[in-house]
Design a protein. Structure first.
Length: 129
């Protein structure tokens, strides 16, 4: 995903909002919203957030409890995240925009932040091969 994609968040996209490198992935993500468990697909990840592909994104500001696991992980990663921007689907959406929502991880302790950084490093290494 490039930083030139347009988002429905109302924020200007100057290409400098992301501080961490995002790498492409294909991960199943479970997330909990209130008492509902939902399932989606993550298509990119960084140490500070992910993009979840979905045609029914939540509104910016929504807090989600996320859970995902790679084949190399013994335990799933469980992390809270806030929806910070949305790509809407529908007839008015640009053809090259993937519908979904950008999530910023929140409430990260040192151990979880290190696990996420290591996960991103592994994906970046695999992507460069």
């Amino acid at each position: 995903m490039s930083t030139s994609d347009s988002h429905d968040s109302g924020l200007p996209n100057d290409g400098n909002r992301r501080r961490d490198v995002r790498v492409p992935v294909e991960l199943d993500v479970d997330y909990m919203l209130k008492d509902n468990y939902l399932f989606a697909r993550c298509t990119d990840i960084s140490a500070t957030g992910i993009f979840i592909r979905t045609t029914l994104p939540e509104a910016p500001g929504t807090r989600l409890n996320l859970r995902f696991k790679t084949v190399n992980e013994a335990e799933p990663i469980e992390v809270a995240g806030d929806v910070v921007w949305v790509n809407s689907s529908g007839p008015s959406a640009p053809e090259n925009v993937q519908p979904g929502m950008g999530i910023r991880f929140v409430e990260l302790d040192f151990e979880l932040r290190d696990r996420l950084r290591e996960l991103v490093r592994r994906f970046a290494f695999l992507d460069s091969e």
